[in-house]
Design a protein around this ligand. Structure first.
Ligand code: GDP
Ligand code: MG
Length: 163
């Protein structure tokens, strides 16, 4: 049996960095619609011998810094439908943003496992700062650094347990 894990969150939190660390090969870039790309990347990975599919979600206009909350919400809703387990990624460097709160509202209603990954936890100060993310109302979080892989093992242990 193989499961589907989707990584959701607003742009720039480090979703693709995490995704690229985990996948063996990039499979497909699908559903590109006139300027707005749905920008979903699918890959395969495994952790401790457990295989799973991974979806990296984007949902913003390529080459533009304008991000529409509605577009992110759409990505999250697609991911909720498609995935067995969700990883909600946020960024300790910027702290909680209104867009994070918006995504959290959608995810708190979901009847599937959601793991909150606080990314960019590169040092002890940031580890302390990560506690603010309890305010998202999603419970325990995993402090990780996608650039060096720190903390990602504990997150993946929990993810495959839930698949
Ligand atoms: P996405 O838009 O959510 O897919 O985010 P990206 O993966 O494109 O990353 C956005 C930026 O955050 C890039 O400049 C990454 O190098 C940076 N980044 C990702 N993970 C980390 C991390 O663990 N620590 C730090 N300091 N920067 C990170
Ligand atoms: Mg990305």
């Amino acid at each position: 049996m193989s499961g589907i894990v989707a990584i959701v969150g607003r742009p720039n939190v480090g979703k693709s960095t995490f995704f690229n660390r985990l996948i063996q090969r990039r499979e497909a870039i699908v559903d590109s619609v006139s300027g707005v790309t749905r920008d979903r990347h699918y890959g395969k990975s495994d952790w401790n011998g457990r295989k799973f599919s991974l979806i990296d979600t984007g949902g913003y206009v390529i080459g533009s810094d304008d991000v529409f909350e509605a577009e992110i919400d759409k990505q999250v809703e697609l991911a909720i439908d498609e995935a067995d387990v969700l990883i909600f990624m946020v960024d300790v460097e910027s702290g909680i943003t209104p867009m994070d709160e918006d995504v959290a509202i959608l995810l708190r209603k979901v009847n599937k496992p959601v793991f909150l990954a606080v990314n960019k936890v590169d040092n002890n100060k940031r580890l302390e700062n990560a506690v603010e993310f309890y305010a998202l109302g999603l419970g325990e979080y995993f402090p990780i650094a996608s650039t060096n892989g720190s903390g990602t093992g504990d997150l993946l242990d929990a993810v495959i347990e839930a698949l």
